[in-house]
Design a protein around this ligand. Sequence first.
Ligand code: DNO
Ligand code: MN
Length: 357
Amino acid sequence: MRMVFRWFGEGNDYIPLDHIRQIPGVEGIVWALHDIPAGDEWPLERIKEVKEQADRYNLNIDVVESVNIHEDIKLGLPSRDVYIENYKKTIERLAQVGVKVICYNFMPVFDWTRTDLFKELEDGSTALFFENAKIKDIDPMELVKEISENSSLTMPGWEPERLKSLSKLFEQYKEVTEEDLWNNLQYFLEQIIPVAKEHNIKMAIHPDDPPFSVFGLPRLIINKENIQRFLKLVDDPYNGLTLCSGSLGANLNNDVADMVREFADRIHFAHIRNVKTYENGDFVETSHRSKDGTVDILEIMKAYHDIGFTGYARPDHGRHIWGEKCRPGYGLYDRGLGIMYLWGVWDSLERLKKEEA
Ligand code: DNO
Ligand code: MN
C-alpha cells in the first residue's frame, strides 16, 4: 500500500507541502490543475511546475485526481470528440512526468453532493453531511447557492463556470437515460484506454457519491453489480477503479470489503474513509475508526492486506477538528489521524502475517 495525500495546489490549499511531508509514510501528493476547465488540455509547463514543487519535498506526483470529463462526453454530444482528443493529449503529457494513475468520475453535473458542509458532530467537530429529505425538497440551484456561500475556496466539481450553466445542463440530461450514459461511458473508454495503456497510465474511475440518484440524474458506479458491468465495458487492467469506501458506504447494502476481494487486480487507487449511514438515507462523514461509522474499515484493510494490495491509497475526507481552517472535508489534522489509523491496522496485519509464517 502506497500512501498519498490530496493537495489542491499552491495558493489553492491551506496546507503547505512541508506539512504533508511530515505525515508518516506519505510518499506523494494527489493533485490536479484545478483551474483548468473540464475538457481543456493541460499545458505541459503547468504539469512540470507541480512536479518541481513536489520534488522539492521529495513527494511523488504519481496520482492525479481528477482529470475531469466534459459534460458533452457524458451527454454523448457530437462535440465530445474534440474533448476526448484533448483528454488524450493530457494523458500523454502526464505520462511525460511519470504519472501512473488518473482518477476521474462519470457523474452527471455534480461531483459529490452534500446538504451541509459543516454539520456539528457530538464531539463538537464538524463534517460533511447528506440529508436525504432535504435533497428531495430542494431545488438544485438553491443548494448550490447555499453550499458555495459556505465555502471560501471552490470545491472540485462545483466550479463557478460549470455551475452557471446548471439549468441548461439539467435540461440536456432530461434526454439521457441510464443506458445512454452507459453507452457514452463505453464510447469514452474505448478511445481512452488504449492511449492510457500505451503510456502506462492506469485509469481509475471513482464511484458516484452518493451511490444513488439525486435530482433525478442517472448514476452508474454505485454497487457491485454495476462495477462488474463497468469493468467489462473494456476488459483491460488499464480500465480500473478508485475504490472509495465512503462513497459506496453511503448505501448500507454495499459491502466494500467484499468488493476489494472481488475487484482486487482492478483497484489502482483506494480511497479509505468512514461514514455513518442511517436507515432514512442520511449520512455523515466520521473519523476513520471502524466503530465511529457504519463502514467496517478494519475489514476493508484486512481485505486489502489479503489481496496483497500494492496500489495507492489515501484517507479521502476527514472531519474539521481542533479549530482548523481548511477546505470542506480536506483538513490536515483529521486526515493525518486517519492515516495513522490505517497504518496502525496495516502494520499489525503485516506483523501477524510474519509471525504466522
Ligand atoms: C469523494 C471524493 C471526490 C472525488 C472525485 C473523483 O469521495 O473523493 O471528490 O475526488 O469524485 O473524481
Ligand atoms: Mn472518494
